[in-house]
Design a protein around this ligand. Structure first.
Ligand code: DC
Length: 225
């Protein structure tokens, strides 16, 4: 029997950070589903595609690629066809292309099946956009993390500066990208971002990472009893 903690929310709500910390503290397997769409994006970019016009080709790639999430202590490493792409998938190009490939229903179907398989018989914490609604609508714990677009852009901008990635982007550009992704994520025909019934909604705008983590942990421990 699996135990599933499903977490959804828009880009920049801290899902990745919170999930990683909780996985470590509660001994859950951490599955970052955004990283999976980013892998498909990377494989498409490598074949010269920058839009989702060539749907058949993208679906073929999604069917063929081998995506592995390996856990190295608290860190998660993402492998695409045996190559460690943990950093490459975070580039601006991969971010924009991930949004494109995730709009293709057949690609989503392939990913959803893979995500369900990855959780089989395990205790997992899985984050994304459609985990509480499509992948695991019957998850034992369903959480929706939210924050204003400005605050999320602020966090992303700081993260880029700290990690030394996407340094060419101004705060305004980061905000525009966040707003575009919000629109795309919530207007997809399939797997659109929405708040699931029974999901606990946490507005993280004015909360620290630690406060969000403690709140989420409290909800999980209450249901895990
Ligand atoms: O969470 P993220 O920024 O790494 O996600 C990358 C892209 O993948 C983003 O455009 C939303 C999409 N995505 C999705 O459609 N469904 C998921 N379960 C996870 C991510």
């Amino acid at each position: 029997m699996s135990f599933v903690v499903a977490i959804d929310g828009p880009a920049g709500t801290g899902k990745g950070t919170i999930t990683k910390l909780i996985a470590q503290e509660l001994g859950l397997v951490n599955i970052d589903t955004g990283a999976m769409y980013r892998c498909i994006a990377l494989a498409c970019l490598a074949k010269g595609m920058t839009t989702n016009e060539e749907k058949e080709r993208i679906i073929e790639i999604a069917n063929k690629v081998n995506i592995q999430i390996q856990h190295n202590g608290a860190e998660q490493e993402i492998f695409l066809d045996d190559k460690n792409v943990s950093e490459e998938i975070r580039s601006q190009e991969a971010t924009m292309m991930a949004s494109q490939v995730s709009a293709i229903p057949a690609v989503r179907e392939i990913m959803v099946n893979l995500q369900r398989k990855m959780a089989e018989g395990k205790e997992v914490i899985m984050e994304g956009r459609d985990i509480t609604t499509v992948v695991f609508p019957n998850a034992q714990v369903k959480i929706y993390l939210d924050a204003t677009a400005e605050e999320r852009a602020n966090r992303r901008y700081k993260e880029y500066q700290e990690k030394g990635v996407n340094l060419e982007m101004t705060y305004e550009e980061v905000l525009k990208t966040i707003e575009k992704r919000d629109y795309d994520d919530s207007h997809r025909a399939v797997g659109a971002l929405k708040i699931a019934e029974e999901a606990a909604v946490i507005d993280t705008t004015k909360m620290t990472i630690k406060e969000v983590k403690e709140k989420v942990k409290e909800i999980i421990l209450e249901r895990r009893k």
